[in-house]
Design a protein around this ligand. Sequence first.
Ligand SMILES: C[S@@+](CC[C@H](N)C(=O)[O-])C[C@H]1O[C@@H](n2cnc3c(N)ncnc32)[C@H](O)[C@@H]1O
Length: 206
Amino acid sequence: MANSTWEKKISSMINESKDCVADNTCQIEDMTIYLHPNVYSPKYFPESKWFGKNLRSVVEGTKTFLEVGLGSGIISLYMARLGLEVTGVDINPDAVETTKKNFEINHQKGHFEDQKSLILYSGIIRGNEKTFDPGYKLVERYIAEGGNHLTENGSLLLGSCCYANIDMLKEIGAKHHYDAQIKVTGKETIGDNVEETYYIIEYVKK
Ligand SMILES: C[S@@+](CC[C@H](N)C(=O)[O-])C[C@H]1O[C@@H](n2cnc3c(N)ncnc32)[C@H](O)[C@@H]1O
């Protein structure tokens, strides 16, 4: 069950993040990041930076990376800076445009498309599955269909957040013949003494 302090904090952050105007920027480490009121903002939600940094150990030895649900593109940007060949899609054209601008201003290359029909959900799940993805239906589609887009030895990664039901995420993997393993977990504060826990889960074909 979601904790109401967390829910209140998240909803105030969502409202705050929508106040920005297109072309506002923020600084994330040494990167300048364009923001957009319709695009998930790494200025307000620390998970994007956390995933970008913590994916490093998970993708070691990998050459290509496909992000489904780019948002501002910051996670893909971290991957491109590691030397991976990056492709990404988002259902939201503003996210694709913002990602392209963020790659340009940070001198990185990638291929991005406004895509509604590929794997169907963000590799990064936000928040409480009961609120945003009841029964993990979208996650299940991601796992069921994502495998069709993997290279040999490729794996599906899922970023998850507070209140993730890890047993259920593993069960969904097993149903589609994947072993699911938590590769990295950690916490970040989102202000007002509210902490979030993050997980990077890898699904490997059995
Ligand atoms: C919570 S944001 C995460 C963005 C980014 N991965 C990050 O962590 O900063 C989820 C993103 O997934 C995108 N999205 C949602 N449903 C999608 C779908 N069916 N196909 C592609 N992208 C989708 C949304 O537009 C949004 O940009």
